[in-house]
Design a protein around this ligand. Structure first.
Ligand code: KG4
Ligand code: ZN
Length: 341
C-alpha cells in the first residue's frame, strides 16, 4: 500500500493543499489571497476569513487532481507555525477535524522546515538534482532570513539570522515607500531588470559574524527618497528602475556576503537557497556566478516552490511519517514556533 500524505499550508496569505504518494508529488493547489493587495500588506483578520472560504475547495481539488480518495490518505500534515495565529488555526483545525472524522493521524510541520526541503520535491516520474548533506541553506522569506547548516533531513543548525527585518520584508517595505503594491519583492525584481544597479548606494549594515540586519537599509532608503523628493517631486517615478535595481543589488550583496563567510567558516560548498526571496532573479544569478567562481555546488529551487505551498509541508510530513512520529490531537498551532530540529 502507498504512503499518501495530504499537506495543508495556511500560515500567511496562501491557502494550499498538496498530495504526495510515496514521496512523489501528485498535486499542489495554491490559492493566493488577492484581498491583501489593496491594503499594501497582509491583513491577518482577512487572511483567516479567506482561509476559511478557500480551505475546503483547495483540499478537495488537491485530492481530485491527484486522483486520491480521502479514505486512502495515510496522514494529514499541516503547518503548525510560525505564522499568523488566526491563519494557522484554520489549517490546523481543519486537519484535526479530518482526523477526528476519519481516524487519519496528523503531523504538525514547521513552515521553515518545509521551505528548506522544497529542493527535494519531485513530481511523479521526475528525476532531479538534489543537495547532498551536509549543505548550507540560505532561507530568505517575508518573515525569515537565516543561514542553516543542514546535516540531514532532521538535523540542522542555524548559524546566522536576521536581528531585525527579514530580506523579504526589506523588499516589501521599500516597495511600499515607492508606492508599489504588495508583495513588493516580485515587482522590484521586475522593474530592476531594466535599471542601473550602480546608480544609487544606500547604507550597508555593519553586523559582525553571520547575522543579518535590514532595518538600517530600509531607513537609509527612506531618508534618501525623502531628501530627493524635496528637490524633485517626481524623483521616484523618474528613477524607478534604477532605484529598484540599486536596492535589489544591495540586498543581494548583503545576503551573499554573509553566505560567503559561512562557506569559509564551515568549508561546506554545497549551497541551497529557499523561501520567497529565492525567486529573485538578481539573487539567483549573483549566487550562480559566485558559486561558479568558487567551485560551489549551487541549488536553486523551482520558482513554483519558492513561495508558500503545501507540497513542501507534505514532504516534511512524509519524512516524519516514515520515522513513525505522528502527533496527538492536542498539537497546537504556534505563531512563534521556534525553528529547531
Ligand atoms: O516564503 P514566502 O512566500 O512567505 C513567507 O514565509 O514569508 O515569502 C514571501 C516573500 C515576500 O516578502 C515577497 O516580497 C518575497 O518573498 N518575494 C520576492 C520575490 N518573490 C517573492 N522578493 C524578491 N524577489 C522576488 N522575485
Ligand atoms: Zn514561507
Amino acid at each position: 500500500m502507498s504512503d499518501i500524505i495530504l499537506g495543508i499550508e495556511s500560515s500567511c496569505d496562501d491557502t494550499s493543499a498538496a498530495v504526495l504518494c510515496d514521496g512523489k508529488l501528485y498535486s499542489n493547489i495554491i490559492n493566493t489571497q488577492a484581498i491583501h493587495q489593496k491594503y499594501g500588506g497582509v491583513v491577518p483578520e482577512l487572511a483567516s476569513r479567506a482561509h476559511q472560504q478557500n480551505i475546503v475547495l483547495v483540499v478537495r481539488e488537491a485530492l481530485e487532481v491527484a486522483g486520491v480518495k480521502l479514505k486512502d490518505v495515510s496522514v494529514v500534515a499541516f503547518t503548525k507555525g510560525p505564522g499568523l495565529l488566526g491563519s494557522l488555526m484554520v489549517g490546523s483545525s481543519f486537519a484535526k477535524g479530518l482526523s477526528v472524522s476519519t481516524g487519519i493521524p496528523v503531523i504538525g510541520v514547521n513552515h521553515l522546515h518545509g521551505h528548506m526541503f522544497a529542493h527535494f520535491l519531485r513530481e511523479k516520474d521526475e528525476e532531479s538534482f538534489v543537495p547532498v548533506y551536509p549543505f548550507i541553506c540560505l532561507l530568505v522569506s517575508g518573515g525569515h532570513t537565516q543561514i542553516i547548516v543542514v546535516k540531514n533531513a532532521m538535523d540542522y543548525e542555524i548559524i546566522g539570522s536576521t536581528i531585525d527585518d527579514a530580506a523579504g520584508e526589506a523588499f516589501d517595505k521599500c516597495a511600499k515607500v515607492m508606492g508599489l503594491g504588495y508583495p513588493g519583492g516580485p515587482m522590484i525584481d521586475k522593474l530592476a531588470q531594466t535599471g542601473d544597479s550602480n546608480r544609487f548606494k544606500f547604507g550597508k549594515p555593519q553586523i559582525k559574524g553571520l547575522d543579518y540586519s535590514f532595518s538600517g537599509l530600509k531607513t537609509s532608503f527612506l531618508y534618501f527618497l525623502r531628501d530627493q523628493l524635496k528637490v524633485n517631486n517626481n524623483f521616484i517615478q523618474d528613477n524607478l528602475n534604477d532605484l529598484c535595481a540599486s536596492l535589489q543589488s544591495e540586498i543581494v550583496e548583503i545576503l551573499l556576503d554573509k553566505l560567503n563567510k559561512a562557506v569559509k567558516m564551515t568549508g561546506i560548498k554545497e549551497i541551497a537557497i529557499s523561501g520567497g526571496v529565492s525567486a529573485n532573479s538578481g539573487l539567483r544569478s549573483a549566487l550562480t556566478q559566485l558559486g561558479g567562481t568558487n567551485n560551489w555546488q549551487v541549488h536553486l529551487p523551482k520558482i513554483k516552490y519558492t513561495t508558500d505551498n503545501a507540497a513542501m509541508i507534505a514532504l516534511v510530513g512524509y519524512q516524519r511519517f516514515l520515522s513513525g512520529k505522528t502527533d496527538g490531537l492536542d498539537v497546537l498551532p504556534q505563531a512563534r514556533l521556534l525553528f529547531s530540529p
